[in-house]
Design a protein around this ligand. Sequence first.
Ligand code: CDP
Length: 784
Amino acid sequence: MSAEAPHVKGGIGQSILRKEDARFIRGKGNYVDDVKLPGMLYLDITRSPYAHAKITAIRTEKALKIPGVLAVITGKDLEAAGLAWMPTLMSDKQMVLPVDTVMYQAQEVVGVVADSRYAAADGAAAVEVDYEPLPVVTNPFKALEPGAPVIRTDRAEKSNHIWHWETGDKSGTDEALGGSEVRVAQDLYIPRIHVSSMETCGCIAHMDSVSGRFTIWMTTQAPHAIRTVFALVTGLPEQNIRVISPDIGGGFGGKVPVYPGYVIASVASIKTGHPVKWIEDRSENLQADSFARDYHIHAEVGATKDGKVTGLKVKTLADHGYTDAAANPSKFPAGLFHIITGSYPFAKAFVEVDAAYTNKPPGGIAYRCSFRVTEAVYTIERMMDILAHKLNIDPAELRLKNFIPPEAFPYKSALGWTYDSGNYAGALRKAMEIIDYAGLRREQAEKRAKGELMGIGISSFTEIVGAGPSQTFDILGIKMFDSAEVRIHPTGKVIARFGTKSQGQGHETTYAQILAEELGIPADDIRVEEGDTDTAPYGLGTYASRSTPTAGAAASMAARKIREKGQKIAAHLLEVSPDDIEWKDYAFRVKGVPTKSKTMAEVAFAAYTNHPKGMEAGLEAVDYYDPPNMTFPFGSYICVVDIDKDTGQVKVRRFVAVDDCGTIINPMIVDGQIHGGLTMGFAPALLEEIQYDEDGNIHGGTFMDYLVPTAVETPNWETAKTVTPSPHHPIGAKGVGESATVGAPPAIVNAVVDALRPYGVEHIDIPIHPWKVWQIIHGGTKPG
Ligand code: CDP
């Protein structure tokens, strides 16, 4: 039998339907809360009403009298076991349960274990706690003032300052800015927001005291790293720990940290000998899980008077809440914020970031973003518009004048990154053509003359994803590679396991497509599994759009190792030398006689039934892929808004997103990623914000006032692509999951500011609620 088909079913570039959707659309997914074990108990948590207070007494008698309540766990119980505090992924400490002080509203105070979820909830409500309120600090600038109440009295440093980090050429940048013909500066605040994934966090912890095995089903994006951290913190032998991440309903970075509930449930299981389930409710998720953003930025850009950028200087204060629980690579406390020079060839740049503690829940989540890239892109893309306005140059023209040209790649940025490939002008020109940019500008001029408010906003972003080269990237010392293990069964069917963990991205489909392409086996015949540390090879998990650049590459490399062995088996079957065999058109073929060939399925059968003498049986390979560099996806987005003068309502009339993520594995899935990402970029631009009052009370702790966009608010997205492959990725692919979340906010804000130029507006902080706009139009205010 020979195979000459030039395509393989379900290979790269085909919009095949998502394999996982067969169970999701039937309501047959298997999420943590679907797992039910015999004898399972339930944990609920009593939380603090105060943002900062001393605990003077905890009374649990009433709770323990509630029928079904079996045990309570306090900070003192955990302290006795050395577990009252746990490490965060950024080498800070986080309370599991407080021994004497609470530091944010909704903080966990007491765990209650019962034989039903309802009894546990009644028990948690019946716990009585006496508090003595302490002074509260919610503003990071005030937190750093001399005499501010010190929040983390457990630390040797008696201040709320966490760390200072800087990179770039400070004096060179000052010189470049000083010598610039034009300079613009702006304060920008990116408020706290919350990932609000559809599924909240939860776990079932089960310590089997007979076998000594500890199994935890949990909503985690990084099961292997969690297993190692559990082993290090508890002293349990790692081979006895099994972390299972079943289906996950959205992670977006919020399911990377370890939350106290996971640890309390684990302790409860060890204490009771039963499996213990903990599932957050929606308000707990919104009020107490780690938050994203909260960056106060001051940026300055210099340029020549004909619009060539010269220097960029950025000073930022990061509000981390009461602990730095970000999941950044350890060398980069401010994540990859230094991608902030963006798509432009700044000769000089300097960035500094200080982080402060406040009485808020942990902050620093990389919400659908590769570690602070959203903050960076927002800053540079706002600044380019502010510069364009100052120079009286069209913002598209200013970008086209400055873009790093395609021939300059690989390009080394002033802040030290080597961009792999790009064609920025190509993406912007395509977006301008699709949306008819020139026509829109004409329409805008006509409307302005009539007093109507219409704005056009551009964002030409560069992302940095795929952490990462292990030389530079680690989390708590664990290097950031990722893995694939591929095994071909005798009948030519494949099982492949990965160190990453999909939370809705469609890995079961796209990894199968990469393997289909590399092995010549239809994607339908390839089963992909992730999320069980007992079976999957070690990996660092899925966040920061790293799966395709790392585990996707590992899939290719493992398949190519299989092909090397397959070549020898094919040679044996075809009775020629292995050197006379080539892999072409999805089969092993005799060079010069392509009809003499063997398919991978034939070779697989032989690997178990007729392999050459002296060769090991079987056909499988593992690859731990350490990428040589990050990948740098990019895109240009253009947004058109109309503003209703009477209500201040902003309507996104059109939004064109041209993305470039190199080789596209599944165009339909990539479009889905872009659509979701755009909606998650639209949300913080116009709707979402978590605020606190001066007493640390959360505003935005329910979906009544934390405005997540529904299908009603979400605009119609128009998408298009350019393809500039990554030169170092085995199939030329770059990550894409986060591009749109990162690229959308500045396009929308630039459009709104553009519409409001007649009122002298330079900048409006997000979210741009209608009342802010209305005040500009009717109140004559110019919000900073
Ligand atoms: O790490 P994460 O899965 O969140 O991000 P990603 O690597 O950007 O992938 C998101 C989804 O888009 C996955 O299913 C990818 O395989 C798919 N993708 C693709 O089809 N083509 C690309 N060039 C990049 C991603």
